[in-house]
Structures are given as C-alpha cells and as structure tokens.
Design a protein. Structure first.
Length: 232
C-alpha cells in the first residue's frame, strides 16, 4: 500500500529535485564547447531553471546555437515548474502529488482545477504550451527566424529574459517584437489557472480575481510613473 507524502516530505523532495535538476542541466554547458567552467555551468543552469535570468556570459553570440537553445529551453521548463511537470507526466507521483504541487507553487492556496492533482498539472502545462505556440507564430509572422522565435519564446513565458543576442531584443529594433514580448510577459505573469478558465468561456475571470486586479493595477501604475519620469 502506497504511503501518503507529508507536506514536510514534499518540500524536501522539491528541494532535492531542483538541486538534482540544476546539476543535470549544467552538464551540456560543461561538456560543450569549453566556454563554461563547472561552476559557471551550474550557475547558468540554476539561473535558467529558476528563471532568475542572471548569466555569466559576456559574449552570448560566441556560444554555439545548441547551448543557447538549451539555455533557453531549461528556462521555459522552469517557468511552470519541474515538479509540476513531473506530477503531470509521471503516474507514480499520483499519491502525494498534491504535497509536491503545494511545495512548489508560489501561492499559499494552490489552485486545483480538477479532482486529481495530476490532471490539474497537465492542464496548466497544456495552457503554458498553447500560449507559447501562439507567441512563436506571432514572432515568425514578424520575420524572426524559427530558432530565435523558439529561444525567445522559451524565455518570455517564464519572464526570465535570456536571449540569443548580446543586445537582447534591442538587437531587432522592432516595435512589433517589443509589443509581442510585453503582451506575453504580462500574460505569463498572470495565474495560468485564470487563462484556463478564460479559454473555458469565462472572459471576466481576470477582473473577478483580486490577485490579478492588483497585479494589472500595479503594472499600469508603474507604466504611468515611468512615462511621466521620461517626459520630465
């Protein structure tokens, strides 16, 4: 008979899991083209998975495309959460999956969209992937290459900020691309369970959620303050 994972055990598993993932993600950097030391590799990997966005790179375009793609991809994986992904795709985590889910999500009251926590995790990842696909398509329509569109989408959705260019998105000098990144970073900052409910036919769900109202209000207020400062 399977035992139930306690909240303390769930937090321990999440901590160990993220540590292991950070070390595993460092391997491609360390074994790659010799650009990264072991410490730099671990730093870049942990920064990617945790969507921190800090980097040891000073000349990004000198790094191979394969490593830059990996660097962006691990940030995308970390955006929704490695443990949430594990709960979604690994059946044996069904027992105790809620404790793992609660230990990773940032909110004190985690949303449960379905009775089974595995179904909730799966839904969140599907919404995350769907929004990512839409952004890739819009970047391609603007003339960005598929490689750069994927890499920048992978780092926009987790709001991490890694780029394949030294000048980041300023490299493109495009108002269209700037607007795409702004809209999707804003969408990524909103609880993904609200996106799911909106797709289910509840267009007012963003306004009805107090956390979302506060977030959007804070963003609008800061935009106004920064704009006024620039005008002065």
């Amino acid at each position: 008979m399977a035992s139930i994972i306690s909240q303390r055990e769930g937090m321990a598993i999440v901590a160990v899991g993220w540590t292991a993932v950070g070390l595993f993600g460092a391997l491609p950097f360390y074994l790659g083209d010799g650009y990264f030391t072991f410490v730099d590799s671990v730093f870049e990997s942990v920064s990617g998975f945790t969507t921190t966005g800090s980097s040891v790179l000073t000349d990004i375009e000198a790094v191979s495309k394969g490593l830059l793609f990996w660097r962006s991809f691990i940030q995308w994986l970390g955006g929704m959460g490695i443990i949430v992904l594990s709960v979604a795709i690994l059946p044996f985590l069904g027992v105790g999956g809620m404790q793992l889910y609660k230990a990773e999500v940032p909110t004190p009251v985690p949303d449960k969209l379905k009775p089974r926590i595995r179904d909730t995790a799966t839904i969140l990842w599907k919404v995350y992937a769907l929004i990512s696909m839409v952004q890739v398509m819009l970047l391609l329509l603007g003339g960005m290459s598929l490689y750069d569109a994927l890499c920048h989408t992978f780092t926009t959705m987790p709001t991490g900020g890694f780029s394949t260019k030294n000048a980041s998105i300023a490299h493109y000098n495009s108002v269209y691309f700037d607007c795409i990144f702004i809209v999707f970073m804003l969408a990524a900052g909103i609880n993904f369970s609200l996106h799911y409910q909106m797709l289910r036919g509840k267009p007012l769900v963003f306004w009805q959620d107090s956390e979302c109202r506060f977030f959007l209000g804070a963003v609008i207020l800061l935009i106004i303050l920064v704009s006024l400062e620039q005008i002065r």
